[in-house]
Design a binder for this molecule. Structure first.
Ligand SMILES: *Cc1c(COP(=O)(O)O)cnc(C)c1O
Length: 489
C-alpha cells in the first residue's frame, strides 16, 4: 500500500511514499497530509469470518488487507498491547443502554481515555521503525489533557524515541497532570509552562521553526516526528474498532450482517470520525455517521451548511475539553476523498488565508449523504449525564455530547453505536456536579463522591496516582523551553 498527498505533489517530495515513510514524516506537499492510495475492501465473507474472532485477530487481518511495510511480528507485538486492557478478550466492550442504543467503550486502556486505542500500538511501531533504520526520533507534543498521558505511556522506555511533552500548568485536570508528572523514564520529559494551552501550542510551533533548535537536532542526529492524529499511523488503528462495534451488534444478535446502523462520534480533530468514514468506505454497512460537538460547533455548521468558518471565532472552554477545537485537522482527508486533491488544496489554502471556505451545493449534498451533525451545550450534556445515570449508566461529558446528536440527527429508527471516549474518572468534577449539584470540587473529592453515589470503585490506575512520587517537576516560562529540551536531549 502506497500513500499519496491530500494537496497534490509539489514536484520535490516523492509522488508516493510507503506507510513507514508516511508515519515517520507525516507532513506532505503544500502542508497537506498523507492518505492511502486506495482503501482495501472488506467484503461480506470477510465480515462473516470475523463475527466470532477476537479483537486482536480481527485487527491483524484488517491490517494485513492494507499490506503495509511493517513486519508481521511488529504488528503482532503492537496489537498484543490490547491484552493489557481491562479485559484482554474484549478490549472494547459494546454495552446496551436500551433498544437500538449501544455504547462502544474506547477507554479501557492504561490512561483511561480513547487515545490509548491508537497510541498504544503506534508506539511499538514507531520505535521498531526507528531501531530498524538506526535513527533517533524526538516526539514533541503539546497537550491540554488526553494526548500527553497516552503518548508518554506508550513511548516510555521504548528504544530510539524520546518524548518532550508540554502542558499548561493549571490548564489540565489534576488526574491528567498527575498522569504526566508521575511518569518516570529517562526518555520522557514533561514540561509545565506558565500559560494556557494556546501558549503551549504556540511555543511548540516556534520551537519547530527555530533555526538554533533544528541545527542542534541535526548535530545530535535526531529526527522530529509527531504523534498527533494527522499521523496515519494513528488513524489506521482507529478504523478497526468501528468494524468491531458493528460485528459486536451482529454477535449480540441485534442486527444481521448487512443491516445498516448509525455511528455517533464525539469529535474534535476528526480522527475518530475519519476512522468511521474509512470503515464505511471499506464496506461496513453504515447508514450515517453522526458528528457530535460541544459549543465549539464549527463542524456542526460545516456539515449543516457547507461553511467552514474560523472568522472571529475563539475557542470556548467547555466541560468536554478534548473537543475544544476549531481547526479540525482530519476534515482535510474527507475533502480529499470526496472532492480530490486540487479542490482540497484550494479549500485548505483559502481556510489558511481567509479563515473560511464554502462548499458548493453539490459538494454539501455529497457530504450530507454520509454525515449528520449537532452540538451539545454543557448544560444539555449535564442533563444527559444525569438522565443516563438514573437509567443505570455512568458516562463522561465527551460521551454525553453524542446523546444530543442521537436525539436530533437520526431520521430512521436504526440501531446506533455511541462512542465513549473517556472513563468517568478523567472528568470527575463535571460528572459529580451533574449528579450531586456540588461545584468546584477537586478531582480527588469528585472521584470519591461519584464512587460512593454509583457504588463503584475508583480504578487502581487512577486512585494510585495520588500516592505516586512526582518525578517530572519542571514548570518554566515559555522562553526557556528550547534550553530545557536541549538539556534533556
Ligand atoms: C481526543 C478526544 C476526543 C476527540 O477525538 P478526535 O479524534 O480528535 O475527533 C473526544 N473525546 C476524548 C475524551 C478525547 O480524548
Amino acid at each position: 500500500m502506497k500513500f499519496i498527498e491530500t494537496r497534490g505533489n509539489d514536484g520535490e517530495k516523492p509522488l508516493e511514499v510507503s506507510f513507514s515513510e508516511a508515519i515517520l514524516s507525516p507532513m506532505s506537499s503544500y502542508g497537506g497530509l498523507y492518505v492511502p492510495k486506495f482503501l482495501p475492501v472488506l467484503d461480506t465473507d470477510f465480515l462473516q469470518e470475523h463475527v466470532n474472532s477476537n479483537y486482536q485477530v480481527m485487527a491483524l487481518d484488517i491490517l494485513k488487507s492494507f499490506n503495509i511495510d511493517i513486519e508481521q511480528h511488529v504488528i503482532e507485538e503492537a496489537l498484543n498491547l490490547y491484552n493489557q486492557f481491562d479485559d484482554s478478550n474484549t478490549p472494547v466492550p459494546v454495552v446496551k443502554l436500551k433498544d437500538n442504543l449501544y455504547v462502544s467503550e474506547l477507554y479501557h486502556g492504561p490512561t483511561r481515555a480513547f487515545k490509548d486505542m491508537a497510541l498504544q500500538p503506534f508506539g511499538v511501531i514507531l520505535s521498531a521503525l526507528a531501531q530498524k533504520r538506526d535513527e533517533n526520533y524526538l516526539i514533541l507534543a503539546a497537550t491540554s489533557g488526553d494526548t500527553g498521558p497516552a503518548a508518554l505511556e506508550t513511548f516510555k522506555n521504548r528504544q530510539n524515541v524520546q518524548v518532550a511533552c508540554l502542558y499548561p500548568d493549571g490548564g489540565t485536570s489534576d488526574v491528567q497532570r498527575l498522569q504526566m508528572v508521575t511518569e518516570a523514564a529517562n526518555n520522557l520529559k514533561v514540561i509545565g509552562i506558565h500559560g494556557d494551552f494556546d501558549d503551549a501550542q504556540r511555543a511548540l510551533k516556534l520551537l519547530l521553526s527555530s533555526e538554533t533548535f533544528n541545527a542542534k537536532l541535526k548535530e545530535k542526529n535526531i529526527h522530529l516526528s509527531a504523534a498527533n492524529s494527522v499521523n496515519f499511523g494513528r488513524i489506521i488503528f482507529q478504523l478497526i474498532y468501528h468494524i468491531h462495534s458493528y460485528l459486536e451488534l451482529v454477535r449480540q444478535e441485534v442486527i444481521q450482517l448487512g443491516d445498516l446502523i448509525y455511528l455517533d462520534v464525539p469529535s474534535g480533530n476528526f480522527g475518530n470520525a475519519l476512522g468511521a468514514y474509512y470503515a464505511m468506505k471499506m464496506g461496513l454497512p453504515i447508514e450515517k455517521i453522526l458528528i457530535a460537538s460541544n459549543n465549539n460547533n464549527v463542524l456542526t455548521r460545516w456539515i449543516n451548511t457547507g461553511l467552514y468558518d474560523l472568522r472571529d471565532s475563539a475557542v470556548i472552554p467547555t466541560t468536554s475539553p478534548a473537543m475544544d477545537i476549531l481547526k479540525s485537522s482530519n476534515v482535510e482527508r474527507i475533502l480529499f476523498d470526496m472532492f480530490g486533491s486540487e479542490r482540497t488544496k484550494e479549500l485548505m489554502l483559502q481556510l489558511d488565508s481567509e479563515k473560511y471556505y464554502q462548499l458548493t451545493e453539490d459538494e454539501l449534498a455529497k457530504l450530507q449523504q454520509t454525515f449528520s451533525a449537532d452540538y451539545c451545550t454543557d448544560e444539555e450534556g449535564k442533563q444527559y449525564i444525569q438522565q443516563t445515570f438514573d437509567a443505570g449508566y455512568l458516562m463522561d461529558p465527551h460521551t454525553a455530547t453524542c446523546f444530543k446528536a442521537y436525539d436530533t440527527c437520526r431520521d430512521k429508527d436504526l440501531p446506533t453505536v455511541v462512542y465513549s471516549t473517556a472513563e468517568w474518572t478523567k472528568f470527575s468534577p463535571t460528572i459529580a456536579n451533574a449528579l450531586t449539584g456540588e461545584t468546584a470540587m477537586t478531582d480527588e473529592a469528585a472521584l470519591k463522591a461519584i464512587a460512593e453515589k454509583a457504588n463503584i470503585e475508583i480504578p487502581a490506575q487512577i486512585s494510585q496516582l495520588f500516592e505516586m512520587e512526582i518525578t517530572q517537576d519542571t514548570v518554566i516560562d515559555k522562553q526557556d523551553i528550547e534550553k530545557e529540551i536541549l538539556a534533556f536531549l
